[in-house]
Ligand binder design. Structure first.
Ligand SMILES: [Mg+2]
Length: 154
């Protein structure tokens, strides 16, 4: 199966609002300023060791290289990245009123996102979204459970 994660407010969080992973060591904490939601490292490494592909699907303009290198510092391999540029080129192609993300175009089985509109688009367009919030402390276990459920159905 294939799982994707949004970045802003999903994996990258505001440390004043959400518990975070320990910072990278100097100088990498100065190069990669984004703070990872607590529990990300364990879950994403686990996904790497499983048969599941790990994707990032973000509407931000961070480059694929930056994203890949940041996660590599945490011992996490990203299999594929859809950023704003790739989404525009391969998915929306200038169409207006098109969903900001369309994970099923990439045959992604589960997408994790903090935006309620992405969750609602999932219902409207038929893709599965785990809607994560700042106070969701069980998120990693919930996603593990959801992944097991999807694997069983497949
Ligand atoms: Mg977000």
């Amino acid at each position: 199966m294939r799982i994707s994660f949004d970045l802003d407010e999903t994996l990258f969080v505001n440390p004043e609002k959400v518990p975070i992973e320990p910072e990278l060591k100097f100088p990498f904490n100065k190069i990669y300023k984004d703070k990872l939601r607590k529990g990300s490292v364990e879950l994403l490494q686990e996904i790497n060791k499983s048969d599941c592909e790990l994707w990032i699907y973000t509407t931000s303009n961070r480059s694929q290289g930056y994203i890949r290198r940041l996660f590599r510092r945490y011992g996490i391999r990203i299999d594929s990245i859809v950023n704003a540029e790739r989404h525009e080129r391969e998915v929306s192609r200038g169409r207006l009123n098109f969903p900001s993300k369309y994970p099923s175009v990439y045959r992604i089985d589960l997408h994790v996102d903090d935006e309620k509109s992405v969750y609602e688009n999932g219902i409207a367009y038929g893709f599965r979204v785990y809607h994560i919030t700042n106070d969701d402390l069980e998120w990693a276990d919930n996603i593990r459970r959801e992944m097991q459920r999807i694997i069983k159905v497949k």
